[in-house]
Design a protein around this ligand. Structure first.
Ligand SMILES: [Zn+2]
Length: 215
């Protein structure tokens, strides 16, 4: 089963992706991770990535697809893969379709984890972390002993980018980028919108139902 995973920053996409890999026995395919690995191994492909990235240029899609082709040929990806962070544009979505078709595969589901903006803002602006031990609190849902003090006695701080403004901006960017892709996949009947509010288990269970793993 080939799955494409969408979700705004902070919606728990990474966590759900990990859970899906064990459920589906299919690897998570992330362009960033794959490119990093090739560069570290110093492969021919990795050297090509290096030459584009060291000049601050985007890596051309055909190189990324070569990477995917090699990855999908590995034994653990024989029965499927979870694409995380790709495609980001319509040409990439078209190229992914063509590449999968070469081996008789196709995108089966586009899982779109959705979290309302108000919920995202609330998750982030009430978040505090301890300067000494790193413990993370939420002032409403997982409150510290006192608003600026950790149970270890350390001082609680708010991360500089944990603000409503930053969350709004990131969400706007995400929606602008994702909307055309959803327009591409929707007429193909592939989009499975998932309510991303709830416990990890609840969200995983919704995904399982949406992709037909659970009745
Ligand atoms: Zn602490």
């Amino acid at each position: 089963m080939e799955l494409v995973l969408f979700g705004p920053p902070g919606a728990g996409k990474g966590t759900q992706a990990k859970r899906l890999t064990s459920m589906l026995r299919a690897p998570q395919i992330s362009t960033g991770d794959l490119m990093r690995a090739e560069r570290q191994l110093g492969t021919e492909l990795g050297k090509k990535f290096d030459s584009f990235m060291s000049q601050g240029q985007l890596v051309p899609d055909d190189l990324v697809l070569t990477l995917f082709r090699e990855r999908l040929a590995q034994p653990d990806a024989k029965s499927g893969a979870i694409f995380d962070g790709y495609p980001r544009t319509i040409p990439q979505a078209e190229a992914l379709d063509r590449m999968l078709a070469e081996t008789g595969r196709k995108v089966d589901h586009v899982v779109s984890i959705e979290v309302a903006l108000d919920e995202m803002i609330e998750r982030v602006v009430f978040r505090r972390s301890c300067e000494s031990c790193g413990q993370i609190y939420h002032l409403k849902y997982n409150p510290p002993p006192s608003p600026d003090l950790c149970s270890c006695g350390g001082k609680l701080v708010q991360r500089a980018d944990d603000t409503e403004e930053v969350v709004r901006k990131r969400n706007d960017e995400y929606l602008a980028k994702t909307a055309p892709l959803l327009d591409y996949y929707t007429p193909r009947g592939l989009v499975r919108p998932i309510n991303g509010v709830g416990s990890l288990d609840e969200v995983t269970s919704r995904i399982e139902k949406a992709i037909g793993l659970k009745g």
